[in-house]
Design a protein around this ligand. Structure first.
Ligand SMILES: Nc1nc2c(c(=O)[nH]1)N[C@H]1C(S)=C(S)[C@@H](COP(=O)(O)OP(=O)(O)OC[C@H]3O[C@@H](n4cnc5c(N)ncnc54)[C@H](O)[C@@H]3O)O[C@H]1N2
Ligand code: MOO
Length: 631
């Protein structure tokens, strides 16, 4: 691939600057409106103020069930001096909402009326003028403004509009947004999935974001990297829509045509923004319409859509950038960034010891799950080399604050049971290995840490590590499960791996866990006991972060074996040679045991329902589950 075939002239302009110069070129004035039925106007945006045509109520009406009276005739009534009123002369019966004609000017509730014989009633208190009567216009007066312009219509607004006699409303037209996924490797049909092919997810995410923000999406099927075809598709789309979003092909690859196409049939306003992820973004104009080239990586795609396309859609629909919920949080880990760009980092959030703590998630632009799991997004401004741990940062939340506040934060070793627990309570769990969990509790980033750390000297689990790392602090272990660890091997165990000694055979390759993982300690402990040097194990230095990742590596035959739990081997349909049970417990600061989230957590651990679900996975024992050991 020659250098001249690539787009290497990518600029690095500030996001806000890029948006300002781009928005100047977009003809937002061109916005047209439509007049629609009041019943269909939910979430649409008013183009002008709406004034009431009718008053509501439009007649004086009874506000209570009872009798309508002439107020003056009731004056002086009391318990010692009751008044007798006569039907059709002094009063009539009314129900809530009935018309009160000019003959009457007060209502007495039926429970305050004593009925006598001969159509007479007795009252023991007077009715003040207009008592329990809703006068004309109490709610809405004809001519009053019901809604201002640029207002997004809510269900209650529709009620008020109808009461005010409005049957049609003028609203901004919904912008039509064409979405064009590109790339010859992009497919829609899962049956065509093979090496080198990628399922189109981005255009489906965009389609739903367009609908969510009030546009009409017009999604194309994935387009091949064919210069002429892309040119005609973008040209056609820009003629038929208000905004065109082209996905992928934005950077420096030899097939990244989008910038050339836009330059040929229109204008490239910006190529390259000081934003990570999202650097190769293209902002163009074709046939007087905005055409935004969004990078292909799913996280970059989402972030750029939110930062740029969303703002165009909202402006077209009469709404400027919606106010976003931002909160101050304490950053739990140091974040290093580049001076060159602003970076948007996905974070988990949790309330730990009364403080909102933000823990950064992976920064890989291809890891969609990090966005699925993220509770918030944090911004590292341009010209910052990073942010120190303990600093206060602003985060935009992606979930309701209540949910975040009530979430139990777990950071530590991974096990499938954490997913079962997360399905039963509001649990956010980060997987960084057992030692990572210990550090997270030390720094107050988590409420609990699942750990399984084998003491090399005693062969016991967890307690000695807690004593070592929390010398003078009051800690506790909530006893968890005993789980079966062993060698995960391919079906039929072709290399006949039975024991640790078999790992030093020349034709056996091993896949290890990261430093600080309990499973890695288990290997080290056994190698040490057998006097085997780690250099003798082929693959010792190759690391994965979870049991699942180890199993996937074995399944894909990229390694012969790795240590992991039985449940994972079973879930991946692999064979398993057991090594022994280990204790998977939950470390917690003693003071946090009184938290009601912890009480719920312990109740779930002890429940028969939880145990029976875990039993189905295979390889677990529950001897002391839920018991608290004070350390
Ligand atoms: N030499 C350079 N290489 C790259 C640069 C650079 O500046 N110089 N920028 C990198 C960055 S940053 C990004 S982001 C990507 C952007 O790539 P493109 O927009 O050109 O997209 P592709 O290369 O075609 O695809 C990248 C990747 O995205 C996924 N993808 C694409 N379309 C979809 C879709 N519809 N649904 C789901 N996923 C999709 C796919 O995994 C592709 O492999 O370029 C870097 N390279
Ligand atoms: O900047 Mo790219 O957009 O990381 O992913």
């Amino acid at each position: 691939m020659k250098k001249e075939d690539r787009n290497i002239y990518i600029s690095n302009i500030d996001l806000d600057e890029a948006i300002d110069s781009y928005f100047e070129k977009i003809n937002f004035e061109n916005n047209s409106y439509e007049e629609i039925d009041v019943y269909d106007c939910l979430d649409r945006v008013t183009i002008e103020c709406i004034f009431a045509k009718n008053s509501s109520p439009h007649y004086n009406s009874a506000a209570m069930d009872g009798i309508a009276v002439i107020s003056q005739n009731t004056m002086g009534a009391s318990e010692v001096n009751p008044k007798i009123l006569e039907l059709n002369k002094d009063f009539i019966y009314v129900n809530t909402g009935n018309v009160i004609n000019d003959d009457y000017n007060g209502v007495i509730m039926i429970e305050d009326v004593m009925e006598l014989e001969n159509d007479k009633v007795q009252i023991i208190a007077p009715a003040y003028p207009w008592q329990h009567i809703r006068p004309i216009g109490e709610d809405i007066v004809a001519g009053e403004m019901i809604l201002p312009s640029n207002h997004k219509i809510r269900p209650i607004d529709i009620g008020a509009l109808i009461s005010g006699g409005i049957s049609k409303v003028k609203v901004f037209k919904k912008p039509i947004v064409s979405i064009i996924p590109t790339g010859s490797e992009i497919i829609e049909n899962i049956d065509e999935l093979e090496k080198g092919k990628i399922l189109d997810t981005n255009s489906r995410v965009f389609e739903n974001l367009v609908n969510k923000y009030g546009g009409i999406s017009n999604r194309y099927s994935p387009q091949r990297d064919d210069y002429e075809k892309l040119k005609s598709t973008i040209d056609e789309a820009s003629k038929n829509s208000d905004l065109v979003v082209v996905n992928a092909g934005t950077s420096a690859g030899s097939k990244d045509f989008i910038v050339k196409v836009i330059r040929e049939i229109g204008e490239v306003v910006v190529h390259g923004i000081a934003l990570k992820p999202g650097k190769p973004t293209i902002l163009g104009i074709v046939n007087n319409k905005p055409v935004v080239g969004i990078p292909g990586y799913p996280v970059s795609a989402y972030i750029v859509f939110e930062e740029i396309a969303k703002r165009i859609i909202l402006k077209w629909s009469g709404l400027d950038k919606e106010q976003e919920d931002t909160y101050d949080a304490i950053l739990s880990k140091r974040l290093v960034s580049s001076l060159k760009h602003k970076e948007i980092v996905r974070v988990n959030l949790g309330y730990i010891n009364e403080k909102l703590v933000a823990t950064p998630l992976t920064r890989g632009a291809g890891v969609t799950m990090s966005l699925v799991k993220a509770d918030g997004l944090l911004e590292i401004p341009r010209n910052y080399e990073g942010i120190e741990a303990g600093s206060t940062v602003k985060v935009k939340i992606l979930k309701p604050m209540n949910e975040i506040k009530n979430s139990l934060v777990s950071i530590g070793s991974h096990d499938i049971v954490m997913d079962i627990l997360a399905n039963k309570m509001n649990l956010s769990s980060g997987h960084v290995g057992s030692m990572g969990g210990i550090m997270a509790i030390k720094r107050d980033e988590a409420h609990i840490a699942p750990i399984h750390l084998l003491d090399m000297n005693t062969g016991e689990y967890n307690v000695s590590y807690v004593k070592k790392y929390f010398k003078d602090e009051k800690m506790a272990l909530i006893k968890g499960l005993r789980r079966l660890q062993g060698f995960i091997v391919q079906k039929g165990n072709p290399k006949n791996i039975q024991k640790f000694e078999d790992l030093i055979s020349k034709d056996v390759s091993y896949i290890n866990r990261q430093r600080g993982a309990g499973t890695r300690l288990l290997l080290d402990y056994n190698l040490n006991k057998l006097n085997i040097c780690v250099d003798e194990v082929i693959g010792y230095e190759r690391e994965m972060n979870t049991h699942m990742a180890v199993a996937v590596t074995v399944k894909s035959e990229s390694a012969d074996t790795g240590l992991g739990v039985m449940s994972v081997a079973k879930a991946m349909d692999l064979d398993f040679i057991s090594v022994g049970y280990e204790s998977y417990d939950f470390l917690i600061r003693e003071e946090n045991l009184k938290d009601k989230k912890i009480k719920k957590f312990i109740d779930i651990l002890k429940s028969e329902e939880f145990k029976s679900e875990v039993e189905k996975l295979g390889g677990y024992e529950f001897d002391k589950i839920g018991e608290v050991v004070h350390i």
